[in-house]
Design a binder for this molecule. Structure first.
Ligand code: HEC
Ligand code: HEC
Length: 189
């Protein structure tokens, strides 16, 4: 883990000698270890980036870079990125397809419950029909369920605060059980 910034420096250095497409592949190489070579991560610790909206990805990369959003695994990866790198990476990942996870077995009872909670809280009003996202509203459909659950708790408990209060207000009265159900529902879409 500690050599990550060095690896990143190496791939970015290479990228300046290559063409645009190869440069992009080299830049995203340093992300692939956690987020998957095609933007689909293989662990619930890491969000999939494939098919996420460009605007949202860019904002989050910049939030990590500026320290407004913090994570011990993620934060070290972005310090070296320029604003243009952030834009390029956002464009690159948003053009990929978010795949259904082979290993996730959603619990049908939790999926049902999560659907009801999402309807009552009107989550789709911002996240769009099918939870496919738009501009600064992230796609949440088919995202890793463990990651969704962690983010909702982080917003609720004040550990993630770069949302201008939008999400924290929405989730502040949700119980752990409701949040778990939302994770199963959204992850199953
Ligand atoms: C060592 C593992 C690791 C590496 C390498 C890494 N990330 Fe991450 N990334 C994470 C983790 C963990 C999170 C979720 C943090 C949290 O729980 O809030 C994350 C979150 C993100 C998010 C927010 C996604 C969302 O849905 O909100 C973006 C965007 C992102 N990473 C982009 C990148 C890019 C671009 C790179 C390469 C330059 C990269 N990451 C490299 C671990 C990593
Ligand atoms: C008023 C608009 C709005 C409503 C309603 C809303 N959201 Fe959000 N949501 C957002 C915005 C904006 C963000 C990105 C905030 C940020 O930058 O951290 C977000 C972020 C998220 C994330 C983090 C995504 C990621 O990749 O890290 C999840 C998960 C989420 N919302 C789920 C929900 C659920 C579930 C509900 C209903 C209980 C809901 N949202 C209701 C606007 C909304």
């Amino acid at each position: 883990m500690r050599i990550q910034p060095l690896l990143l420096a190496a791939t970015l250095g290479l990228s300046s000698m290559a063409g645009a497409g190869a440069a992009m592949a080299a830049k995203s190489d340093s992300c692939a270890h956690c987020h998957g070579t095609d933007g689909n991560s293989s662990s619930g610790l890491y969000p999939s980036l494939a098919g996420q909206t460009k605007e949202y990805l860019y904002r989050q990369i910049m939030a990590f870079k500026e320290g407004k959003r913090k994570n011990a695994m993620m934060s070290p990866s972005v310090g070296i990125l320029s604003e243009q790198d952030a834009k390029d990476l956002a464009e690159y990942f948003s053009s990929q397809n978010m795949l259904r996870s082979g290993s996730f077995k959603p619990d049908p009872a939790l999926v049902d419950k999560g659907k009801k909670v999402a309807e009552e809280a009107q989550c789709a009003a911002c996240h769009q029909p099918g939870y496919k996202g738009l501009n600064e509203f992230p796609r949440v459909a088919r995202q890793k369920h463990a990651y969704i659950i962690k983010q909702l708790k982080d917003y609720r408990d004040g550990a993630r605060t770069n949302d201008d209060g939008v999400m924290s207000a929405t989730v502040k009265s949700l119980t752990d059980e409701q949040i778990e159900a939302l994770g199963h529902y959204l992850g199953s879409l």
